[in-house]
Design a protein around this ligand. Structure first.
Ligand code: GDP
Length: 298
């Protein structure tokens, strides 16, 4: 991820080395090149425009400094602005005062929700919680089974529909799972929901109903970082259709251009909270904007 962006940016900064003070023309040329590099990385146009405007303004206003030469100054500005588009500070999960905390996962089919449920379950358990995973994706034939497998690997109980408790009705499964969590004293409920291949009214309505009956503390929108330019429309649809409180980037280990990662915070207005970097349960961590920005700059 981001390899070509990193390479492009580093080429741009190299051209600035050895320059004394940056002229207006230097700043314009550099901004133009950074703009192109971001667009080629599939970052959404409105995000690129704002980013470039800020970088230009700050580069113009930068004081001549003893400590940093112009190239270093531009790198510092770009770094800080990257941290900004990635969300600034990391944001932690919002836990309910009265357990169970309810975390609902939403996103397109294949985004990585079921895998994430297992990762989150394992991570929560390591943090001393007693999570329950809930199989409310009854759309994909194998989803319940897949969740049971990841739950077992993560050492976390899975609540799945059985005859008499909501076979075919994800909303009932979700509602009942909260009661079950209270009964068996699980303090965090992670609800896996159904996605479709594309944004779909029925899927949104179902996700909204699950949200209404479970009153989640967090609705995490899971997005495949490889989806490129479709990221914006998808993120907007989930923001408007379900209402999301945070974002999880999955498949950051892929070799896509990474634009979704840089666009999604601004498009949704919600923080990126976790990152998934592989198929294994341990390929998962809290999202750190600062670290990601440093990685992009190489
Ligand atoms: P869901 O339809 O949203 O529940 O998506 P799944 O959890 O079933 O994931 C879809 C596919 O992506 C599966 O083959 C997963 O193993 C794979 N996958 C999920 N997360 C990641 C990730 O972070 N990196 C990679 N490389 N693959 C992932």
């Amino acid at each position: 991820m981001f390899d070509s962006l990193t390479e492009r940016l580093s080429g741009i900064f190299t051209q600035l080395r050895g320059k004394g003070r940056l002229s207006e023309a230097d700043i314009d040329a550099t901004a133009r090149e950074i703009r192109l590099a971001l667009l080629e990385a599939d970052v959404a146009l409105p995000v690129v425009k704002e980013f470039i405007a800020r970088v230009k303004e700050r580069a113009r206003g930068a004081e001549v400094s003893q400590a940093l030469n112009p190239a270093q100054q531009v790198i510092k500005i770009v770094h800080e602005e990257l941290v900004g588009v990635l969300g600034g500070e990391e944001r932690r999960l919002n836990f309910a005062k009265q357990p169970p905390t309810v975390i609902m996962l939403a996103g397109l089919q294949g985004a990585g929700k079921t895998t994430l449920a297992g990762k989150l379950g394992r991570w929560l358990r390591e943090q001393g919680h007693t999570p329950l995973l809930v199989a409310a994706d009854l759309q994909r034939p194998n989803a319940v089974n897949q969740l049971q497998i990841v739950g077992e690997r993560a050492g976390v109980e899975v609540y799945a529909p059985q005859p008499g408790n909501g076979v075919g009705d994800p909303i009932q499964v979700a509602r009942d799972s909260i009661e079950h969590a209270k009964r068996v004293q699980r303090d965090v409920v992670v609800i896996d929901t159904a996605g479709r291949l594309g944004v779909d009214a029925e899927m949104m309505a179902q996700a909204a109903s699950i949200r209404d009956v479970t009153d989640p503390d967090e609705v995490l929108f899971v997005i495949d970082a490889m989806i490129g330019q479709d990221a914006v429309a998808t993120a907007e649809a989930f923001r408007d259709g379900v209402g999301i409180t945070g974002v999880v980037l999955s498949k950051l280990d892929g070799d896509a251009r990474g634009g979704a990662a840089l666009s999604v915070r601004q498009v949704t207005g919600q923080p990126i909270m976790f990152a998934s970097t592989g198929e294994k349960l341990e390929d998962f961590d809290v999202f750190y904007p600062e670290r990601m920005a440093s990685r992009i700059l190489g």
